[in-house]
Design a protein around this ligand. Structure first.
Ligand code: BGC
Length: 249
């Protein structure tokens, strides 16, 4: 049984979430624990929270960590919604030292995308699939015939003279106190731009805003089929666990 289990941590701008994952079904095999992301979100503060998440699940094997920034070979190259002191930090080493287990790092949206492609709305879908997460920022996972193109960071496309996520992330709706109806055209404008750039076959939308997909998804006029993420907010955890398993650590 333990052979089919993994452990994933999903780091967001507002919460750090973790659970044991059944790697055959993609379902959570434990309670999902969420601890608010420390403020400031520095490496030592966040490493301590990750260690607490691992400890509280009694987990002792390798873990995957989805992180909201560009991650290359375990090193952070950006951290837009966290403390800037992350840039240049070997997050793999920091989390390994704090948690006392082997760690595989992955971008959070790439992790969510991998889970959706394996178990969720992108299962068996070929062609160009864009998985987008609408939360504190906008995360993107680009797949070509099921293969991930990592670290695309499409939330930071410059659109109408500004960083797209500042205007169209779910956090912008909350920050500005606007309705789903008022927010939807921003998402549509953004997705239309992505259609022009990538000619995708499918959009999958996840992140916090996907919990209320019925309030805004039907308002979007697009050429590309668009579906809500099937794994809701658990995709990031499940995908991170999957990455750790594939890293063979
Ligand atoms: C970060 C991405 C992340 C996204 C969603 C963006 O601000 O740059 O790395 O995937 O937020 O969390």
């Amino acid at each position: 049984m333990t052979d089919r289990l993994g452990f994933g941590v999903d780091i967001g701008g507002s919460g750090m979430k973790a659970a044991i994952v059944d790697l055959v079904t993609g379902e959570l095999a434990s309670e999902r624990i969420r601890i608010p992301t420390p403020k400031p979100a520095t490496p030592p503060a966040m490493a301590a929270v990750a260690a607490e998440l691992v400890r509280s699940h009694g987990w002792t094997a390798s873990i995957g960590v989805g992180f909201p920034g560009i991650v290359r070979h375990g090193v952070m190259h950006s951290a837009a919604n966290l403390d800037p002191s992350w840039v240049g930090v070997d997050a793999d080493t920091v989390f390994t030292a704090a948690c006392g287990v082997d760690v595989a790092m992955v971008n959070d949206a790439d992790a969510a995308g991998l889970a959706e492609m394996r178990w969720g709305a992108g299962r068996d879908v070929d062609g160009v699939v864009l998985v987008l997460t609408f939360g504190t920022g906008i995360g993107s996972g680009l797949f070509v015939d099921g293969t991930l193109v990592p670290n695309t960071e499409l939330g930071h496309l410059e659109l109408d003279g500004r960083d797209a996520e500042v205007h169209a992330a779910a956090s912008a709706r909350e920050r500005e106190g606007i309705s789903w109806k008022q927010w939807a055209p921003r998402v549509e404008r953004y997705l239309r731009h992505l259609e022009m750039l990538f000619s995708p076959d499918l959009f999958i939308v996840g992140g916090g805003a996907s919990k209320s997909a019925e309030k805004w998804l039907p308002r979007l006029a697009l050429e590309t089929p668009i579906v809500p993420a099937a794994m809701a907010n658990n995709a990031g955890i499940a995908g991170a666990a999957l990455v750790a398993r594939h890293a063979g650590i």
